[in-house]
Design a protein around this ligand. Structure first.
Ligand code: DHB
Length: 395
């Protein structure tokens, strides 16, 4: 049997999504070496369509840590959103309510910026690896993998970070007796499209209607991203452009507002649920991002939570390697989970407030409009939404 090539470093990172790459970059700025391994190819990750909203804290991390300031040039700052229900739009003015904004900048671009920075800085990032395995997380961890050329490696590290996404293998390393999983299923999914059309509005529109939810988002001047609530078993092949636009019109148009339509160039069904794995650490394994939690997409918290996990984890690792103190590593899980549960609440609330259950009776429909009205008619209600959407201050 061929012997494995040994890589010795401080941190082994499973997953080259935004969480893994951001952590590896932050560690490098402190002189801490890491190897990142990823089962997908760079091309595959960069061609996957993902969500598009960054909290101001996420933008600051990209810019201030030296990844790139492209988000400030190519991204669009949004100072508010529109909630649309009963045929009327209500603006939530983030800037005025909480003094903050978000940026429309797709996750794919975040990935490209992070991957390019790691490459330019000589970071050790291996894509398209196979046969990954993690050993000894309660002692001195070892990670096995085979690289794209078929060479077998063993990483010997002080810590392993599982940033390996919603289908994480790392979380299964944590013994059942030491983990608790929280699940919530929703009776909805999203039908997502990319369409060649101009912007329909300056800002994102979150629309509630008796026919269900719709979200009108954006990508570029000529390509738009939009979603409508559907059944999780919906088949994209059953939806041609005419049927898709009729569905959007029935949920969004009215009172002088008309969507700008065009050819649909991509369509997909996105099922969703809430999931939290606790704690986010066991021994010398830490989990970050989707590996530890999933939120429904309403409110665009997924990527932002992952970046926050990494911020907190970096502080712990940096402090440990500088001073030997484990204090911040010991508090990582509870500090990260504090924000995870706030985001679970916010995403759950936005989802249930804006979506229409198939079996909604007259009471639930009228109550839902009462809830929406109570938000848009109250400065406090709107400020809660604005603070959560733009991102809570990090303690
Ligand atoms: C987008 C996705 C979201 O889930 C959201 O809340 C806002 C925007 C998007 O893909 O543009």
């Amino acid at each position: 049997m061929a012997t494995r090539k040994i890589i010795t470093n401080q941190v082994a990172i499973m997953g080259a999504g935004p969480a893994g790459l951001m952590l590896s970059h932050l560690l490098a700025t402190s002189g801490i070496d890491s190897t990142v391994i990823e089962v997908r190819s760079h091309k595959d990750i960069s061609e996957t369509v993902r969500a598009g909203i960054l909290e101001h804290g996420t933008v600051n991390m990209l810019v201030d840590s030296g990844i790139s300031d492209r988000v400030l040039r190519d991204g669009d700052r949004h100072d508010g959103i529109e909630l649309r229900f009963n045929g009327e739009s209500h603006r939530i003015d983030f800037k005025e309510l909480v003094g903050e904004s978000v940026w429309l900048y797709p996750q794919t671009d975040v990935f490209l910026d992070l991957a390019a920075r790691r490459k330019a800085d000589g970071g050790d990032v291996r894509y398209s690896v196979t046969d990954t395995a993690v050993h000894d997380i309660e002692g001195k961890p070892r990670v096995w993998f085979t690289d794209a050329d078929g060479v077998e490696y063993e990483i010997q590290a002080d810590f392993v970070v599982g940033a390996d996404g919603s289908r994480s293998h790392c979380r299964f390393q944590i013994p059942e007796a030491h983990r608790k999983w929280y699940f919530h299923e929703y009776p909805f999914a999203w039908f997502g499209i990319l369409a060649e059309a101009p912007h329909s509005a300056d800002e994102l529109i979150y629309a509630n209607s008796a026919n269900g939810f719709a979200l009108i988002s954006q990508r570029t001047e000529s390509v738009q991203r939009m979603y409508f609530q559907c059944d999780s078993k919906e088949n994209v092949a059953d939806w041609d452009d005419d049927r898709i636009w009729a569905e959007f019109r029935s949920r969004v148009n009215g009172n002088g507002f008309e969507l700008k339509e065009g050819p649909v160039i991509d369509k997909m069904v996105l099922p969703f649920r809430s999931f939290v794995h606790t704690p986010m650490r066991h021994g010398n394994l830490f989990l970050a991002g989707d590996a530890a939690h999933t939120v429904p997409p309403t409110g665009a918290k997924g990527l932002n939570l992952a970046i926050h996990d990494v911020k907190v984890l970096f502080e712990g690792l940096d402090s440990y390697f500088r001073s030997g103190s484990t204090q911040l590593l010991d508090s990582f899980s509870s500090r990260a989970l504090d924000r995870v549960w706030k985001a679970q609440q916010f995403s759950y609330w936005m989802t249930t407030m804006l979506h229409t259950p198939a079996e909604a009776d007259d009471f639930s429909r009228a109550r839902q409009l009462g809830e929406l009205n109570s938000v848009v008619s109250s400065r406090h209600g709107m400020a809660y939404l604005a603070e959560a959407y733009t991102g809570w201050p990090s303690p």
